[in-house]
Write a protein that binds this ligand. Sequence first.
Ligand code: SF4
Length: 126
Amino acid sequence: MRRFNFYQFADYETPSLKLLHNPDVTVRSRGVMEKCTYCVQRINTAKIQAEKENRVVRDGEIVTACQAVCPAQAIIFGNINDPKSRVAQAKAEPRNYGLLEDLNTRPRTSYLARLRNPNPELESAS
Ligand code: SF4
């Protein structure tokens, strides 16, 4: 999702508010277009740590902020180029779909369709 900052929400002046800011995340000004970065600061932290330990980033090692706070654990993040990763396996499911894929948008974020049975007769038979 993209979002345009029409207003100046960032307060750079109040000293006590400076403590609120995450030093790893830039505070964007008015006039800036916002877009999900897949928490690039978390990705880079994990990549640097893996490089220090001379290994590859493990599946599930990078947890985005929205993934971390989702109580339903509805968000999976990982390397889609690794066929064994959880996210690649979810993407391979027939329920997987992306928005406007028919326009060849090729979005990185995709969704799993919800399964439900709208037929009450079938529901009572089970
Ligand atoms: S918290 Fe979620 S929506 Fe926000 S930048 Fe990170 S991955 Fe994107």
